[in-house]
Ligand binder design. Structure first.
Ligand code: PLP
Length: 374
């Protein structure tokens, strides 16, 4: 079986450093809000090119705390893409605000800036742009709209650690950004984790309070906060993995380049290469096919593991059907029917990728596959 993602191989590459890190931390007895978190926050902020990073319990929490940091809540609206992981919408809902979905661009699967303006109303406080699959969203027009309308531009960079748009890193492309360190991400912990990054001093200060009971000094509580802190063990793991991020992202890019070259022209298959100037993080390698379910099933029969990100449009899920099911988001709906993610990761071997390409060719060009390709 070619695994969708090989996390044990990542551990094997780093075993000595990781094992040493948790022994060191366990022996100090300092498990929360200690020097590993301070060090990781400094290093991650430096990667993004912004002054502040605040480690929290998950990517969802990073989005919630960021929105609450801007005092967004009941009665407010936040613009979100129709096609994303449900966490983008949930974060808005959990603050008491209303997610207002905007359809995505068919080519990039990211929010379509041309449709954003029409969705802005008097209650709109922010736009969340998601860099879905690792591809930076089209930030220039979004920044212009947000500035002109006096609203915040927030990046959901959960899938885009280390990506760049015209040279600038994700995390520095809007007013503030949220990242996830869920284990399967480009920079993944050995459990849940997330971070908020920003150049906004006041926001950073509020998020720092919110993540730890609204408290700066023990038992003095300035805000009704949460308990959502990236712990010392996860921070230590992430510091070790952060040093590999550029190398591992380059390995992902090489896998993507080979897929793009070798899968081109297969029957009814849509590939979406990055635009000039985008440094895609290739969190996922996503293809589109009108008969996605059959493609996934037949690849599985040939030993290739695939996943669909995401097979049910969010407004059609049980969680949102009652409130948002009536909204038309045709591109998001079509993507939900057609997207399929192929095995991708820094530890995918050439031999495994050969198998994926051979299986794709066999399923989509059965006649051609039985003859040698010229
Ligand atoms: C686009 C997007 N936003 C937010 C999240 C939430 O992150 P987490 O799972 O760490 O809560 C994820 C990942 O799961 C994601 O892919």
């Amino acid at each position: 079986m070619v695994p969708f993602l090989d996390l044990p191989a990542a551990y094997a590459e780093l075993r000595e450093e990781l094992d040493a890190a948790w022994q060191r931390i366990a022996s100090t007895g300092r498990a929360v809000l200690g020097p590993e978190l301070d060090g990781f926050e400094r290093e991650f902020a430096a990667l993004c090119g912004v002054p502040h990073a605040i480690g929290v319990g998950s990517g969802l929490d990073a989005l919630i705390l960021l929105l609450r940091g801007y005092c967004i809540g009941a009665g407010d609206e936040v613009i979100v893409p129709g096609h994303t992981f449900i966490a983008t919408w949930l974060a808005v809902s959990h603050t008491g605000a209303t997610p207002v979905p905007v359809d995505v661009d068919e080519r990039t699967a990211n929010i379509d800036p041309a449709l954003v303006e029409a969705a802005i109303g008097p209650r709109t406080r922010a736009i969340i742009a998601v860099h879905l699959y690792g591809r930076p969203a089209d930030m220039d027009p979004l920044r212009e709209i947000a500035a002109r309308r006096g609203i915040k531009l927030i990046e959901d960079a959960a899938q885009a650690h280390g990506a760049r748009l015209d040279g600038a890193r994700t995390g520095s492309l809007g007013d503030a950004a949220a990242f996830s360190f869920y284990p399967g991400k480009n920079l993944g912990a050995l459990g849940d984790g997330g971070i908020v990054v920003t150049a906004d001093d006041a926001l950073a200060e509020r998020v720092r309070l919110l993540r730890s009971y609204g408290s700066r000094v023990k038992y003095e509580h300035e805000l009704q906060g949460y308990n959502s802190r990236l712990d010392e063990l996860q921070a230590a793991v992430l510091r070790i993995k952060l040093r590999r991020l550029e190398d591992w992202n380059a390995r992902r890019a090489a896998v993507a380049a080979r897929y793009l070259a070798e899968l081109e022209g297969l029957d009814d298959l849509t590939l979406t290469p990055p635009a000039d100037g985008d440094a895609h993080a290739w969190h996922l390698f996503v293809v589109r096919h009108p008969d996605r379910d059959r493609l996934g099933r037949e690849l599985g029969e040939r030993g290739v593991q695939t996943i669909s990100h995401y097979p049910i449009a969010i407004h059609r899920t049980e969680a949102y059907a009652a409130s948002h099911g009536h909204i038309a988001l045709p591109v998001s709906e079509q993507l939900a029917d057609e997207v399929l993610s192929l095995p991708m990761g820094p530890h995918l071997t050439d031999a495994q990728q050969d198998e994926v390409i051979a299986a794709m060719t066999a399923v989509l060009e059965p006649a051609a596959a039985s003859e040698p390709r010229i």
